[in-house]
Design a binder for this molecule. Sequence first.
Ligand code: SF4
Length: 388
Amino acid sequence: MPHSKSPLRAPKGTPLYVHLPFCVHKCPYCDFFSVVGKGEDHDGFLETLLAEAEVRAPEAPSTVFFGGGTPSYFTEPQLERLLARLNDITGFASSATEVTAECNPESLNLEKAQLMRSLGVNRLSVGVQSLNPVTLEFFERPHTPGQALAAVEAVKAAGYERWSADLIHGAPMESPDDIRHNILSVLDLGADHISAYGLTYEPGTPLHARLERGAFAAQDEDQELENLRVARQVLTDSGLGGYEVSNFSTSGQECVHNLNYWANGPYVGIGPSAASHVERTRSGNARSLARWSRSVHQEGSKPLYTETLEPLERLGETWWLGLRLARGVSPAEAAATAGWTGKDPTAPIQQKLMADGLLECHEGRVRIPESALALADHIGKQFLAPQA
Ligand code: SF4
């Protein structure tokens, strides 16, 4: 059992995120902390991760999310060790209502899916990304469309009642018909949750560098808007509501772990680069295997940085995150989440954005209207520095 007296342990029941950073190949658009797994010490990594869990993972987490990286990159014996020992430490298999693992098609098979299910994972998120081989090649994904479909079939054959497909739209060569085909194909397989992300060119990534030196032309704004319109139309026509800017599901299939994140709720992250948010304090681990390992083995699993936000900053963050949700933000709930008790300093920001048609009021909540969803990031950021 965990060292329950550890000062770094979050309260019982806090949601848990576990970062597993290895991938077969580093995708050129990826700005997550992930590394090519070949040649790395995977067993040593797991021992370090479990040592960190002993000190920091909460008892009885309400949800668990294994993200990455590629959790399915690990072998079956490694996954068995990770899940069984993490359960010894936290008891997650009986406490968590939702336990999600991200998987990629090149490393997921029926046996792995079954093994994870037998050890407490009850939801898989499959990185399909596209079913067009040319787009997959542009993304440098190490799987084929056939492998993506086979991975989904493995998830279903293993008996998962909850699973999701990740898709990325907006590659330069992609047409609205490709987007429609990708979505309809995974829906045909029975998906009731789809994450449909627009491709972004993050500074510092190889794809951004190639774009900057003119190796290819990105889609223009009109094409991006059309992609978004087509994706939302196909998904909503098929009965999957957009509950977050990029996430769609049938009723009741929303990702509970991520809903808590967008509600600015508490969570603990373990593994390199993982962030935590507990009792109004944010902290984060090093984005380096060596530095993170040193913090676990030599510094008592102390995070690399810790910052306690003031209620005003927390209020801004709560709005910024919450406006990503279709249900929007309740001003009173946001103030309570942030611990803010004064006059609402976000009111002038809300009023201005409403006057511009970028926010609307619906049943006591403030939300971004469908027509302005493409601007969600820009709108949310207006709330990040409210003035008291
Ligand atoms: S598989 Fe995912 S985490 Fe790994 S490099 Fe590609 S985008 Fe990043």
